[in-house]
Structures are given as structure tokens and as C-alpha cells.
Design a protein around this ligand. Structure first.
Ligand code: FE2
Length: 275
């Protein structure tokens, strides 16, 4: 049996059996606050760019698609799909290379502790592929439908693991994660890829993901949730008065092959880095 660096054998076994693992108290409260404050600063800086590139143009759909597809090696702000009654667009998330480009998120993402956890769950040469800051704002934050992360961050063999950090308490009321225990054993159902100027889904297994059997992952601020790339999961809309901010970092195995038609592409000047 291999020697573990951070996880207990019991934690690793739970992860392998269930496809997820909740690790409370991984992030100090002061660090949660620091990341939240930094995210607000980034929105303040980046929102004018979003306004310019999308909101002021008549070709919104095409520009919005291009804005998303070219965000793999940038930090960009994304809005909720549903504008609220005042027709103002509210921030949904930041993505997708904050772990590379922003000093605060970079140093948080490159902690040795996370490298130890990645090693424990089986990575040989982990690569920090993608990051997102999710705001899930009070009464505004939209739902995220059932999906597997490997649909969007595909490698051959499949290797993606999500490191999902709760920076605020996540509850049933404010849209916590829901996961299907053991669902990572069902195989990959579909793959999202670039097609022409846009994107498409390829069905790999005609049996859809189950819509029952999910358990809520209610967690306190500072908790890390590990999510196997094949684990079906979702989160509900935030109907409460409390926001549910989280930071998600997605790791892939550098030895796995990364298709040229994955939606997320990084420029040659930004090679994948390890921890
Ligand atoms: Fe996800």
C-alpha cells in the first residue's frame, strides 16, 4: 500500500468508493476572506471589459461564445444567464486561469498541501488546468444542472479532479453541492467539444445520468470538497438571503492526452504547470 501524504486511508477509501470527499477546516477563515476580497477586486477591474465585449454589441450570442471559448488562459467575468427584473446583469463567476494569472489565487492554488492531496488520490504529474470563482449570489445565483466535470475537461485517460473550496457556508437554502455517491463508476456520458465556431456535445453513452439518489453536501466555510471527474453532481439556485461563494480548481494528469478540440485551450505561452 502506498504511503499517504495528507489523507488518511479511511478518507482515501471513502473517496474511491463514493467519488467525493469532504475535508472540513482545510482553509483558514482569514484566507477565505482574503480570497473573497480579491474576487471582488477582480470583478471591479474586469467588469468594464465584459460590458465592452458583450453588452454593447448587437452580436451578443456570437461574441458571448467567443468570449467564453477564449477564456482558457485569461481571467474573465461571466454573468448570470437570467438578467434580473431591472435587466441588470449580475456576476455569476470568474474564470478560467486565475490560478495562473492572479497572484493571490496563484499562491493559494499552488500550496504544497494540495500537491500532497493530489498525490494521495493518484496523480503522478498533476497539472493545474482550470479555475473558477463562483459567486452564487443571494437570491440571484442560478442552478447548475447535473453534469460530470470530465464532460467539459476531458483527457484520455480521464483524469480530472475538482478541488472545490467553500469560502462561505453552503447549505440547502443557498445552493450547496449535491453529489451521487458512487456515481463516478457509471462511466462518462458525454463530451463537450469545439465544433466549427461553436461547441457541441457528443453522446458517449445513451443512458442518461441518474436524476435520483443525490446527497446534499452542506459544508462550513473553509471546507474542501474533492470531486472525481466522473462524479455526477449539481447545485440548486440560491433562493436565500446569503451568498455561497466558492473557488474551484480543476487538476488533470499531465501524462494524459489533452484533445485539441476541448473547449478549454491555453496559449503556447501558458504551458500547464504543476503545484
Ligand atoms: Fe462541476
Amino acid at each position: 500500500m502506498k504511503t499517504l501524504k495528507y489523507l488518511t486511508q479511511q478518507q482515501l477509501s471513502f473517496y474511491q468508493e463514493n467519488g467525493y470527499l469532504v475535508i472540513p477546516d482545510l482553509v483558514e477563515k482569514t484566507m477565505c476572506s482574503k480570497l473573497m476580497q480579491r474576487a471582488d477586486e477582480l470583478v471591479e477591474t474586469l467588469r468594464p471589459e465584459w460590458d465592452r465585449s458583450i453588452f454593447t454589441t448587437r452580436e451578443q450570442a456570437r461574441n458571448s461564445n467567443e468570449y467564453f471559448l477564449s477564456s482558457g488562459d485569461q481571467i474573465r467575468v461571466f454573468m448570470e444567464e437570467e438578467a434580473d427584473q431591472l435587466a441588470t446583469h449580475r456576476v455569476n463567476k470568474l474564470g478560467h486561469a486565475m490560478h495562473d494569472l492572479d497572484p493571490v489565487f496563484r499562491s493559494f492554488s499552488h500550496q504544497a498541501l494540495l500537491a500532497d492531496i493530489a498525490s494521495d488520490v493518484g496523480f503522478q504529474q498533476p497539472g493545474l488546468l482550470q479555475s473558477m470563482y463562483i459567486f452564487k449570489q443571494a437570491r440571484i445565483g442560478g442552478a447548475v444542472n447535473i453534469h460530470q466535470d470530465a464532460t467539459f475537461l476531458y483527457t484520455d485517460p480521464i483524469s480530472v479532479v475538482g478541488f472545490w473550496f467553500a469560502l462561505q457556508e453552503a447549505t440547502l437554502e443557498n445552493g450547496c453541492l449535491w453529489a451521487l455517491p458512487g456515481g463516478h463508476k457509471l462511466g462518462l456520458k458525454s463530451r463537450f467539444f469545439r465544433k466549427g465556431d461553436g461547441t457541441a456535445f457528443e453522446t458517449l453513452d445513451k443512458h442518461p445520468l441518474p436524476d435520483k439518489g443525490y446527497v446534499p453536501l452542506e459544508v462550513l466555510a473553509g471546507t474542501l470538497v474533492l470531486l472525481h471527474g466522473l462524479l455526477p453532481h449539481y447545485s440548486g439556485a440560491n433562493l436565500s438571503a446569503k451568498s455561497r461563494e466558492a473557488y474551484a480548481l480543476h487538476i488533470i494528469e499531465q501524462k494524459a492526452s489533452y484533445p485539441h478540440d476541448n473547449w478549454l485551450q491555453r496559449g503556447a505561452e501558458m504551458p500547464l504547470e504543476s503545484f
